[in-house]
Ligand binder design. Sequence first.
Ligand SMILES: Cc1cc2nc3c(=O)[nH]c(=O)nc-3n(C[C@H](O)[C@H](O)[C@H](O)COP(=O)(O)O)c2cc1C
Length: 276
Amino acid sequence: MSNPHSPLIDRYGHDAEHLVDVAGYSQLSSMIGRGSCRSFQQTEVAPELIQLLCATALASPTKSDLQQRDIVVLNDPVLKTEIVQLLSGQSWIAEAPCLLVFCGNNRRQRRVHQLRNRPFVNDHLDAFFNAAVDAGVALSAFVIAAEVVGLGCCPISAIRNAPDKVSDLLGLPAHVFPVAGIAVGYPTSTRPTVSPRLPLRATVHTDRYNEDNIDEQIEAYDARRDRQLPYKQQRRADLFGTSTRYGWSEDKARQYAQKERQNFGQFIRAKGFDLT
Ligand SMILES: Cc1cc2nc3c(=O)[nH]c(=O)nc-3n(C[C@H](O)[C@H](O)[C@H](O)COP(=O)(O)O)c2cc1C
């Protein structure tokens, strides 16, 4: 069971226990013990607070100071409903008081080239990638900031399930694309659920990439996770049957054994990106 005093152990297991003694742990423990929130009070979040969170998010680092990310705050309830209808199977999002969409934006950069009469000669995969990463960095900063002020939130990649429809509804022009939505509100639960992560020795490398014993580490992680936060149901049992041991690896393998967002590359190319 979760130990409220040890978010590090909840998250990474006893291998990480020694880090509790590192200076700075007390300031960081709430970030380590955070969790995505999918259940919200129906209390309004002040629009000014959302703006402040956007300002905090956009103060995060941005590649070459290019500032290639934008946030669309959904105020119009009709529009919000239309967007939520595109997020198949995630009805909890309709209950979220606030919904925002983080976008990559390589459009302004291209406009700057027109303004300054300089050729844009980097029309390749990097143009898309930099804007996508910039949006992800801002999304992460938004999550951290929202949780600091007592809000709960959950990013929503399902915004890319029907990217063309989302893009039309939000009026996104060429070279602007949705990266993730985010649902925000005051959480119904006073304490977030800590979702265990892979052990740090699998994901933090020293000097050189190392995947020694990765299979054993995944098996051990499955077992730790199952003890702490077992899956409530098995993904697509209708297709894959019921496994006697159902852990993270089985869930993720089932997830990506099904085709997902096959049209996304086509959508991005239609937005004007040359992905070569
Ligand atoms: C880019 C991104 C997209 C996500 N999309 C969804 C989503 O569509 N639906 C959902 O319920 N959670 C979504 N999540 C939340 C993850 O499922 C969650 O972060 C993960 O399960 C780990 O849980 P934790 O955040 O509580 O530690 C997303 C997270 C990220 C970073």
